[in-house]
Design a protein around this ligand. Structure first.
Ligand SMILES: [Zn+2]
Length: 130
């Protein structure tokens, strides 16, 4: 089974096929979001009382340690860790913009892109730059 972990406190973020994160929308509404743990599947669930508009940035936090999961090199991306069945550790980076389907799986030897918007990056090595 794949594990998704917080990069700060290593807590387990997934259960029953979903990654569970806490979030805050641009208008300061907070809640819990469920995202499919299948990379490239953009099924997400959140409470219908919460309104997130397409194109709006959502702020993601670890539900255990409450740290922001914002990716330091691109504030519009979110970073978590994934440990696959073989015990290999990867970094998963996905867009914090609602409706923007971009996900990257980074590991030592390769980079995989998921999502129709991922091809927008002209420089596929952008994440390596400091
Ligand atoms: Zn954490």
């Amino acid at each position: 089974m794949n594990q998704y972990n917080c990069p700060y406190c290593s807590s387990y973020l997934n259960a029953k096929g979903y990654i569970v994160l806490s979030f805050k929308s641009d208008n300061d509404t907070c809640g819990i979001i469920l995202m499919s743990e299948e990379l490239g599947d953009y099924t997400i669930y959140f409470n219908p009382e919460v309104s997130i508009k397409k194109g709006e940035k959502t702020h993601f936090y670890c539900p255990c340690c409450s740290k922001s999961l914002e990716f330091e090199h691109d504030k519009n991306m979110v970073r978590i860790f994934k440990i696959d069945e073989k015990g290999e550790v990867h970094t998963v980076i996905f867009s914090a913009i609602y409706g923007d389907q971009k996900t990257f799986l980074l590991s030592e030897e390769r980079q995989l892109s998921f999502g129709e918007h991922a091809m927008k990056f002209l420089d596929p090595k952008w994440y390596l730059k400091q």
